[in-house]
Design a protein around this ligand. Structure first.
Ligand code: 5GP
Ligand code: MG
Length: 176
C-alpha cells in the first residue's frame, strides 16, 4: 500500500492487535490489586490504542489526554518536553502512561520527570509497540504489546507525515 510517497506492507492485522490488547488488558487487570488507575494517554499516536485498551479493561479508572511539545537544542538531550493539557491533579494517584511506540526513548525519558514532579503515588508505562534496537536512553515500559524491528510503522493511530492514522491494521515500511 502506498502512503504519500512510500510503500508499506501489512505487519500486524487488526485481529492480531485486538488479541494482544485483550491479553494485555487481562495482565494489567490481574496485577491491579485494588488500584484505580489514572491513565494518561499521549496524543496523537495513542488515541486508537487507548480507546481499545480501556474498553478491554473492566475496571474503574480515570483517563486524561496530553500532548507533548518538544523544542530542540535547549538541553543536554536536545529535547525539552512540555505537557499540554494535563489540568487534572495526579497527586497521590496511580498513573498509567499510555504510549503508542517507544523508539529512542527520549520522549518518555523527558516526560517521566515532569510527571514525577507532580507527586503521583506510582508510575506505570504501557506502550503498544517498542523498538528495542532503536533505544538511545535506557527506558522500558512495564507493559509492551509488541516488540518490533527498527523500521518505520504506520496505521492504528500512528502516522506518516500526518497520514495513515485511521488505518485499522499496522503497516511497516517496505525496503527496496
Ligand atoms: P522516541 O522519543 O521514543 O524516539 O519516539 C517516540 C515517538 O516517536 C512516538 O510516540 C511516535 O510518535 C514517534 N515514532 C517513533 N517511531 C515511529 C514509527 O515507526 N512510526 C511512527 N508513525 N511514529 C514513530
Ligand atoms: Mg507518540
Amino acid at each position: 500500500m502506498i502512503i504519500k510517497d512510500k510503500e508499506f506492507e501489512i505487519y500486524l492485522s487488526k485481529e492480531e492487535i485486538a488479541e494482544r490488547i485483550s491479553s494485555l488488558a487481562n495482565e494489567i487487570e490481574n496485577n491491579l490489586d485494588g488500584i484505580k488507575p489514572t491513565f494518561i494517554s499521549i496524543l496523537n499516536g495513542s488515541y486508537i490504542f487507548t480507546a481499545d485498551l480501556l474498553r478491554a479493561l473492566d475496571i474503574e479508572c480515570e483517563v486524561s489526554f496530553v500532548k507533548l511539545a518538544s523544542y530542540k537544542g535547549t538541553s543536554s538531550t536536545g529535547n525539552v518536553i512540555s505537557i499540554i493539557g494535563l489540568e487534572q491533579s495526579i497527586h497521590n494517584k496511580d498513573v498509567f502512561i499510555i504510549e503508542d511506540i517507544i523508539d529512542t526513548g527520549v520522549t518518555l525519558a523527558n516526560f517521566i520527570p515532569d510527571i514525577q514532579q507532580r507527586n503521583p503515588k506510582s508510575i506505570t508505562i504501557i506502550s503498544l509497540l517498542s523498538k528495542p534496537e532503536a533505544r538511545k536512553v535506557p527506558i522500558e515500559a512495564n507493559y509492551v504489546g509488541f516488540e518490533i524491528p527498527n523500521k518505520f510503522v504506520v496505521g492504528y493511530g500512528l502516522d506518516y507525515d500526518g497520514l495513515g492514522r485511521n488505518l485499522s491494521d499496522l503497516y511497516i515500511l517496505k525496503e527496496g
